[in-house]
Design a protein around this ligand. Structure first.
Ligand SMILES: NC(=O)c1ccc[n+]([C@@H]2O[C@H](COP(=O)([O-])OP(=O)(O)OC[C@H]3O[C@@H](n4cnc5c(N)ncnc54)[C@H](O)[C@@H]3O)[C@@H](O)[C@H]2O)c1
Length: 268
């Protein structure tokens, strides 16, 4: 018996990187998956990829900042598969600028996608779950940048730290309905798996860029950066009945990054 057999999941932000890794991981455990993205190819190619692996999936183009589109996305998933049991709020805009450089328009868009998009998807999926009496699980994708101050990334750090307490507050609101809300914290992610998936989807492999100033692998205690499949395993656990007594919790899949004493370089 697969761990998510019979469950219907909505995963937002299904680029070949983390969103598809999580969507594929849920599907491998038996979940039916609605792959949701503002970029239609990301939604449809992810769904086709899951179907090609023997799963059941549907691609839906949707901007998570637009409430009417979010309502329509939830309604379509429900009409197609009968309801929603799992939501993974993964859509996000990465990167940014410092507090003095960040243009208001860019700040507003990043906050809208990273925070308001989570709110709207959670709101309408939770309403659907309550309406149908489904005991669901909602997973919010954060980042180690939500736990620490990173220079040159003001909108991202602010929005991701907001999601940590959004998760706790939503968990309290939804506890009486037996809907669990937890967050999952990824960190700097090994790019290889996402790039290979992009190639499998018929995309061109981007040229290798020169590394940044920091060698992240030397900084994490486990000496290896996580890949999307590692996040997928944690998302499957949080979504499954094995986590039935866990809500309002942040599960870090960060190779030990946040637990580390800050000046220690484990692999110099
Ligand atoms: N890549 C990393 O190293 C890393 C580290 C920590 C956390 N994260 C988090 O993981 C998540 C996925 O990251 P990724 O690296 O796969 O990024 P990505 O850019 O490959 O994927 C993000 C997806 O979100 C979609 N999206 C953006 N705006 C949207 C909107 N308004 N409505 C619907 N979809 C929208 C994009 O089209 C894209 O497909 C993000 O929330 C990110 O903050 C990533």
């Amino acid at each position: 018996m697969k761990r998510l057999e019979g469950k219907v999941a909505v995963v937002t932000g299904t680029s070949p990187n983390i969103g598809a890794g999580i969507a594929g991981g849920l599907a491998d455990e038996g979940a039916t998956v609605a792959c949701v993205d503002v970029v239609p190819e990301n939604a449809h190619q992810c769904a086709d990829w899951i179907k090609g692996r023997g799963g059941v999936a549907l691609g839906i183009a949707c901007d998570v900042t637009d409430e009417a589109q979010v309502e329509a996305m939830v309604a379509r998933t429900r009409a197609t598969y009968g309801g929603v049991d799992i939501l993974v709020n993964n859509a996000g805009i990465l990167g940014g600028l410092s507090v003095m450089e960040m243009p208001l328009e860019r700040w507003n868009r990043q906050i809208a996608v990273n925070l308001t998009g989570n709110f709207l998807c959670t709101k309408h999926v939770a309403r659907s779950m309550v309406d149908q009496g489904r005991r669901g699980s909602i997973v919010v994708i954060v980042s180690t940048a939500g736990h620490q101050g990173q220079a040159g990334n003001i909108g991202y750090c602010t929005s991701k730290s907001g999601l940590l307490n959004f998760t706790r507050a939503a968990a309290m609101d939804l506890a009486k309905h037996h809907i669990r809300v937890n967050s999952l914290t990824p960190t700097a992610t090994d790019a290889e798996e996402g790039l290979e998936r992009g190639v499998a989807w018929g995309r061109q492999r981007p040229e290798r860029r020169g590394g940044g100033m920091l060698d992240f692998r030397k900084m994490v205690p486990l000496g290896q950066l996580p890949s999307p499949r590692h996040y997928a395993r944690a998302a499957v656990f949080l979504a499954s009945d094995e986590a039935e007594m866990i809500t309002g919790f942040d599960l870090r899949v960060d190779a030990g990054a946040i637990a580390k004493y800050w000046p220690w370089v484990p692999h110099p």
